[in-house]
Design a protein around this ligand. Structure first.
Ligand code: MTE
Ligand code: MO
Length: 228
């Protein structure tokens, strides 16, 4: 598996230094992307053929895990817990999720570090539907997506999580989501950078706040919407 800057655990200071946040303060996702792209651009100068310039950061997948290898879960052992500040907590098996209405769309996958993969088809259950079934309490503010890797987490506001392109993804390219891509079930959040899409999803926790998740705690914007 390829290891990118997001493939290994790094300390907060390292990431803040990498992003230049210590000097410039808060920046938006698009500025981070622009900065990283320009910071990484010199790599291409070492390519005497110039061919790598045709695929600046590559239209190819990187497989990220901040925890290294993750034990796989199959259809029988998988479960997703929806809990927290809700009136109706629930636990879904993979079959339960497959039995719910599915949403499909094709989109460009975009990591904040600059790589992107066009024309990825996804299908799965809208997070909005699971939230509606769970009946969030009136004082609920955010949603925390947890992973069975034991470490990764992502927060969104309830409004963000209810966007129609935020799904609990069961298929990718028309097939079950592979383990490397966070299967059997991951989040795909279409209008947000890749770090908002929790792999190996195990928990949707409705929270009284919108506290930073794994990468947000290490310098990435809490609002990961592309272009904002
Ligand atoms: N559990 C978990 N989810 C994760 C990550 C991770 O390291 N662990 N990396 C995030 C980042 S930064 C990106 S760009 C995408 C990458 O998805 P992929 O590994 O399927 O290419 O997953 C996101 N979700
Ligand atoms: Mo990413």
């Amino acid at each position: 598996m390829a290891a990118g800057p997001e493939g290994a655990p790094v300390g907060r200071r390292v990431v803040l230094g990498l992003l230049g946040l210590g000097a410039v303060g808060v920046v938006t996702g698009s500025r981070i992307q622009a900065w990283l792209s320009s910071a990484l651009a010199p790599v291409q100068l070492h390519d005497p053929t110039g061919l790598s310039g045709l695929v600046p950061l590559g239209d190819t997948w990187r497989y990220y895990s901040v925890t290294g290898p993750v034990a796989s879960r199959d259809a029988a052992s998988y479960s997703l817990e929806v809990s927290g500040l809700v009136g109706r907590p629930a636990t879904y098996s993979l079959a339960d999720l497959q039995a719910l209405p599915q949403t499909s769309f094709t989109d460009t996958f975009q990591c904040v570090t600059g790589w992107r993969v066009p024309d990825v088809s996804w299908s799965g259950v809208r997070v909005a539907d699971l939230l509606e079934a769970a009946a969030p309490a009136t004082d609920a503010v955010g949603v925390r997506f947890g992973s069975f890797d034991g470490t990764y987490s992502v927060n969104m506001t309830l409004d963000q999580a209810r966007r129609s392109d935020v799904i609990v993804a069961l298929t990718m390219y028309g097939k079950p989501v592979t383990h490397a891509h966070g299967g059997p079930v991951r989040i795909y959040s279409g209008s947000m950078y890749g770090y908002k899409s929790t792999k190996w999803l195990s928990k949707i926790d409705v929270t009284p706040n919108n506290r930073p998740g794994y990468w947000e705690d290490r310098g990435y914007p809490l609002n990961g919407i592309i272009g904002e």
